[in-house]
Design a protein around this ligand. Structure first.
Ligand SMILES: Nc1ncnc2c1ncn2[C@@H]1O[C@H](COP(=O)(O)OP(=O)(O)O)[C@@H](O)[C@H]1O
Ligand SMILES: [Mg+2]
Length: 164
């Protein structure tokens, strides 16, 4: 079963808080599938997570042309991919993504992951970022079919919301 959580009115400072929540409560091996139109804030979220993992956020740019950028932070690796220009699942797999998914102490974040959903790991954390009428905020839909991930996140997010 896939569980889903929705957070509304996430502004830029709110996104930092959300990123902190993810980094603090989630396991050291994780795959995140990012969904959202151009300008939704996918790269911005990757940058916020990177900074918390100890990667210089200036090094984290949109990997549209390189397809994969890997960064090393404090004991943790961050792989950042963009599936926008990937023709199909085979081309995506040819990048060696399965090795990244299995890597210990590594988070793999994939923009436009809905384009390659069929070959994403079963325990992917899906984050869908939606633009609304207010240009200063976003809605974030969180879903995963991994029970442990959803438990950990549910607890941490409720705590985050109760503090805000
Ligand atoms: N939660 C947010 N609230 C307000 N603005 C945001 C938020 N997330 C991102 N932005 C802004 O949206 C713009 C596009 O973000 P970007 O991360 O490049 O989008 P994407 O990678 O999805 O194309 C940037 O100017 C960024 O500052
Ligand atoms: Mg981007």
């Amino acid at each position: 079963m896939t569980s889903k959580l929705v957070i509304e009115s996430v502004d830029l400072p709110g996104l930092q808080v959300f990123a902190k929540c993810l980094v603090q409560c989630l396991p050291s091996r994780l795959t995140i599938g990012l969904i959202g139109t151009l300008g939704a804030g996918k790269t911005t979220l990757v940058q916020a997570i990177s900074a918390l993992l100890g990667v210089d956020r200036a090094d984290v740019t949109s990997p549209t042309f390189t397809l994969l950028q890997s960064h090393r932070g404090g004991g943790q690796t961050l792989h950042h991919l963009d599936a926008y220009r990937v023709a199909d699942e085979d081309e995506f797999l040819d990048l060696g993504v399965e090795e990244l998914f299995d890597e210990e102490q590594a988070w793999t974040l994939i923009e436009w992951a809905d384009r390659v959903a069929d070959v994403m790991p079963a325990n992917t954390l899906w984050l869908k970022i939606l633009l609304g009428t207010d240009p200063e905020t976003r809605t974030v839909e969180i879903s995963t079919s991994d029970h442990e991930l959803s438990q950990a996140l549910g607890t941490a997010l409720r705590e985050m919301i109760s503090k805000s």
